[in-house]
Design a protein around this ligand. Structure first.
Ligand code: CP
Ligand code: NVA
Length: 303
């Protein structure tokens, strides 16, 4: 059993559902876990900007009795000023958990390999597991179930899309990815999800086909952090995948619309959908707090 949470596939289906049970209790104000980080510091290393992830982690750490230490790359210059191995060993002597948001996923894997404490992926170029855990927890709240949902992911085949594929390796779903041939998700992640044989996974260039009768319509920015120079090119590739009222009308009448935020309103999603009756985007944002607290509870229990 892993001590880290680098990808959703680090948890079994039972552990994922167990995490939802803990998050549900935490959201209701259950105080059973309020001392789980007592006397512990959590290093929050951020090499990219963040509103939701940083604030929800720091707030969650405080609510679990711990202290959070925000560290940008300027302070520790991970892998530059000293090796990842040495930094991992030193951090393990000081803090109880490391959360890290960075570019290269391999850096996080190396840190986790050498650290003697849990490491949590707070977003890499490859995946954003805490996000999609919070998203499926939000879908469960609104739709009353987790298994066998029809999920339409529209737009860039990015880190969030890859995390949906990882979730599809664990939880049965009908996942339709609407994207262009030049913005496909990570091939290794896609093949692993398909080979897991748990979910139906379709990739289509037809946005209407992707959303037909869907329970969940999901989108994210077309140019992720670190790719902003590609923004104009991505707009050309992905304009047909904009989540607008016309597209939403093709999904289930009770569908929910999700976006991990931050959004480029008017680009991948229109104002009327973001602010419309199907949108649950701010519930998703709130649930980052509850689900990340639950993930920390799970990891502390495994040490
Ligand atoms: N959704 C999300 O991770 O937001 P931030 O980049 O603001 O943390
Ligand atoms: N795909 C986006 C997600 C932001 C939360 C990015 O990596 O910038």
């Amino acid at each position: 059993m892993t001590k880290d949470f680098l990808q959703i596939t680090d948890f079994t289906a039972d552990e994922i559902k167990g995490t939802f049970d803990i998050a549900e209790k935490l959201k209701k104000g259950d105080s059973s876990y309020s001392n789980i980080l007592k006397g512990k510091t959590v290093a929050c290393i951020f090499h990219k900007p963040s509103l939701r992830t940083r604030i929800s982690f720091e707030t969650g750490i405080y609510e679990l009795g711990g202290y959070s230490l925000y560290i940008t790359d300027k302070e520790i210059e991970l892998g530059v000023r000293e090796s990842i191995y040495d930094a991992a060993k030193v951090l393990s002597r000081f803090v109880g958990i490391i959360t890290i948001r960075t570019f290269e996923h391999a850096l996080v894997e190396q840190l986790a390999e050498h650290a003697e404490i849990p490491v949590i992926n707070a977003l890499t170029d490859l995946t954003h597991p805490c996000q999609v855990m919070g998203d499926i927890f939000t879908a469960k709240e609104h739709l009353g179930k987790v298994d066998n949902l029809k999920i339409a992911y529209l737009g860039d085949g990015n880190n969030v899309c890859n995390s949906w594929l990882n979730l599809a390796s664990r939880i049965p779903m009908d996942l339709r990815i609407g994207t262009s041939p030049d913005t496909l998700p990570d091939e290794v992640t896609f093949n692993r999800a398909r080979d897991a044989g748990i979910s139906t996974i379709t990739v289509t260039q037809d946005a209407s086909l992707a959303v037909a009768d869907a329970d969940v319509i999901y989108t994210d920015v077309w140019a992720s952090m670190g790719q902003k120079h590609l923004a104009d090119h991505k707009i050309q590739l992905l304009r047909e995948f904009q989540v607008n009222d016309e597209l939403v009308s093709k999904a289930s009448p009770n569908c929910i619309v999700m976006h991990c935020l931050p959004a480029n309103r008017g680009q991948e999603i229109t104002d009327s959908v973001m602010d419309g009756k199907h949108s649950v985007v701010f519930d998703e944002a709130e649930n980052r707090l509850h689900i990340q607290k639950a993930i920390m509870v799970q990891l502390m229990g495994r040490r």
